[in-house]
Design a protein around this ligand. Structure first.
Ligand code: GUN
Length: 297
């Protein structure tokens, strides 16, 4: 019998988007401010094209301005840097997102660090990484921000909880750990070289899985009653029709649901929160740049 509460990211993200839409309306009415998000995609990676299309749709639905830059895969680094410069100087653009991964001939770090940190909607700029880890106000990466919002909604205060983050990427694992530390959790970041990962996971009141390996975290690694956030999105062959695919997370959901207190499903958990938080970040950036108070979101 399944025990855990399923944290519905679709409903949660809808609620965030509704608040974002209200915030956009009040910024328009009170300050004549229309937050604008520019998305830059280089090349034709199909997964990236889907993300970018969804981002555009949701930006427009929220009443914000959306600026799309779809560049040829052979675009030079210099041309990309000059586009970033142009967007940095464009007053109608408040958030800039360069879709990753970039083609191999482009230095991603150089491109990200060319974005004005105030407009860094992804929170990937070195300055924003430093701001997050030193507890200063900055832009926070969208996926970990979404995870944190769901955790706080589920648990209230996170202070004193043991949090284990499995995965040490710059996009999820490291910023997630910094956010949980900011909430006064006792944080451990685990990775491929960690000894006794199962035992470590069993000590976690909060378990965040962001490794990118299908169902790697087993049900009996979960502490009874723990809150489990599964960031993984992995395509694996369907059991009955191996030519077709299904999406699974980094956690063995069917087993973990028996033991956890609450858990996010895949799909429909963390995924929908990422774009909702991107919209939120764009409003935050617009308010800071225009020096107006941020409406509640
Ligand atoms: N590619 C996969 N996830 C992301 C993300 O959150 N931001 C950007 N810019 N690219 C990505």
């Amino acid at each position: 019998m399944a025990n855990a509460t399923i944290i519905d990211g679709k409903i949660f993200a809808e609620a965030v988007r509704a608040r974002v839409k209200d915030a956009v309306t009040s910024l328009k009415n009170d300050h004549g401010l229309i937050p604008g998000l520019a998305v830059v995609l280089v090349g034709e990676d199909p997964a990236s094209q889907v993300y970018v299309r969804n981002k555009k749709k949701q930006t427009v639905e929220a009443g914000m301005a959306s600026f799309d830059h779809q560049l040829d895969v052979a675009t030079s680094e210099a041309d990309l840097l000059s586009l970033i410069e142009q967007l940095n100087n464009d007053p109608s653009v408040h958030g800039i997102l360069v879709q990753l991964p970039l083609p191999d001939h482009i230095d991603s770090e150089k491109v990200i660090d060319a974005i004005d940190p105030k407009k860094d909607a992804d929170g990937f700029h070195t300055i924003n990484v430093g701001r997050l880890s030193t507890g200063k106000k900055g832009m926070v990466p969208c996926t970990p921000l979404g995870c944190l919002m769901m955790l706080k909604d589920q648990l209230g205060s996170l202070a004193g909880k043991n949090a284990v983050v499995v995965g040490r990427s710059n996009i999820v694992g490291k910023p997630m750990a910094a956010l949980l530390l900011r909430e006064s959790c006792t944080v451990t970041v685990a990775h491929s070289r960690t000894h006794d990962l199962a035992g470590l996971c069993r000590s976690a009141d909060i378990l965040v899985a962001a490794v990118g390996l299908p169902e790697m975290i087993k049900g009996d690694w979960v502490k009874p009653g723990a809150t489990v956030i599964d960031v993984g999105i992995n395509r694996i062959p369907k059991r009955e029709e191996p030519k077709k695919f299904r999406l699974v997370g980094d956690v063995d959901f069917a087993a973990a649901i028996e033991i956890a207190g609450a858990i996010t499903p895949v799909p429909g958990g963390v995924g929908p929160m990422t774009i909702a938080c991107l919209l939120r970040n764009t409003i935050t950036a617009a308010c800071r740049i225009a020096e107006v108070d941020e409406p509640p979101m």
